[in-house]
Design a protein around this ligand. Sequence first.
Ligand SMILES: [Zn+2]
Length: 382
Amino acid sequence: MPWYYTTTFEVTGNTIDINHRVIYNLYRFQILSIKEDVAGLTLHDLANHTGSDASLDQARRWLGKCIDSHQDCGSDRDITFRPSRLLYLGSSDIRLHTSQDYPDDLRYMTLSHCWGRLQSTRLQQGNLDFFRRNAIPQEALPKTFRDAIRLARHLGADYLWIDRLCIIQDSLEDWQAESVMMGEVYRNSLCNIAATTALDSSEGCLYPRDPRMLQPTPLVDGFYLCNRTSLDHPYHLYTRAWVLQEILLAPRTLHCADSQLYWSCDGMRVSEEFSGGFTGWTPSMCNHPFHGSSKGFVEETLRAMIVQMRTADEDLIPSRRGPRPFTLVAYLHTQPFWSSAVRIWGQLVDIYTRTDLTFDTDRPMAIAGAADAFRPYLGDYR
Ligand SMILES: [Zn+2]
């Protein structure tokens, strides 16, 4: 059991009250005496931009560590899955590729973002051929897309899926066909890039920042002063219904907030500030996006939830045929496997019903991919 000691105090004006909470504080700090490898705090200097080489290299190391040492992350990916269209980033130009263009070892990333009201470049029936045959003019793309392209390239992906550029936006037929595939697109991605702070596609994924807000200040005898003021809240992105499914299904997500980059997969949750992980910290101290939404959010991928359900005896998987009990609830009490599945699915639905949608008619589709994953465990009561 690692030893650590924390004392919280808060600042009002010039007065510091140790161990005394005041309700009208502006900033919240914490004094720590803790070994670096236990706290996970980054004690070296951070760059003044989340798009700096240092920050992007950190993100690439997280991805490499996840791929190399997290056996379970991405283990449910279907490597034969091919999205209908992807942006090809492998040359200096950006082009739209379709499945016949892909290499055998396709590795693509996805983007989770808020559309906002900005009417930016998008795929339409009128420019479909142009985007396939010619370079997509990058200067016409909004900053969030350009930043995501830069991130994907830095993390080693030749392909990127962005809904507005890979689904024909003025074709209802294409939307209907692609929206049912959306869950699979995210589930089989190498990594999802979340434009965590951006309210629309003009704001980007990468931001200038003041690194002093993140870095602990050495005091005496191994004590550090750490700023625990919430830096990135609220995370508007995670109040969106579509995004819930995207984060649930993606094997790993790079969260791009305006103060720093965060990483989450089933093997680790880290940030530039806590590059060694959040051991010994309560979630609210870490400002991690998974704990940042006022509406609550998922803390694991769907794959991990399925594993939880599988901890019950496989033999208890209910048959879809045969006699059913009097009531579903009564039956669930006799079936630990189902009980677990219903509990977890119920928690997801609870979060989902509190999320926002631009078009309410999209609501069934926005959770369809996750519902498909649960169907084998819940049975079919239609
Ligand atoms: Zn991982």
